[in-house]
Design a protein. Structure first.
Length: 168
């Protein structure tokens, strides 16, 4: 019986070594495929959003000439907070991150063209913020339209999903 236990121990150890080696081999391949995503900071206020809604040119007209999406964050929290947002393309691949400073009771927004530097982007954006933050999504283009945002607040942390974000 001791020989069987010894053999099982040896087999388990070889299996663990094999798993460790394969994870080392494949981790380099997987890491090479993930692009480096730099988080940028955005600080646009409600006045700039009002200008965009009344026809002002987009901040990056070379990127989003026909269509862009504004993600608006409204803080109803009593202190300054930060929202951390990440964008994923239609395949679910991370394509960009932004960090937005929200003053107490303030409004800030960012655009799809802030996160993604490619035309024809369609995807989604997820944001989390400490405190009570409400999200609104507005498609800017020939026709301006509001898109429903899915949100949840638990344990004083707000989570928002901007389901359809586009730029062309």
């Amino acid at each position: 019986m001791d020989v069987i236990k010894l053999n099982l121990t040896i087999v388990k150890n070889f299996a663990l070594i094999g798993v460790a080696l394969s994870s080392l081999l494949f981790s380099g391949t997987m890491m090479a495929q993930v692009p480096t995503i730099v988080e940028i900071e955005i600080d646009r206020d409600a006045t700039q959003l009002s200008d965009l809604l009344t026809g002002a040119p987009l901040p990056k007209p070379e990127v989003a000439a026909l269509l862009d999406t504004a993600m608006v964050l409204s803080s109803i929290h009593f202190t300054e907070t930060w929202a951390y947002c990440s964008a994923k393309d239609a395949a679910g691949t991370l394509v960009g991150r932004v960090r937005v400073r929200l003053p107490a009771g303030g409004v800030r927004f960012f655009l799809a063209s802030d996160i993604v530097e490619e035309n024809g982007f369609v995807g989604s954006v997820i944001c989390t913020a400490a405190g009570w933050v409400i999200g609104t999504e507005v498609m800017l283009g020939v026709v301006t339209t509001d898109i429903e945002v899915h949100q949840d607040t638990r344990a004083d942390v707000s989570s928002m999903l901007f389901p359809v974000t586009a730029m062309k």
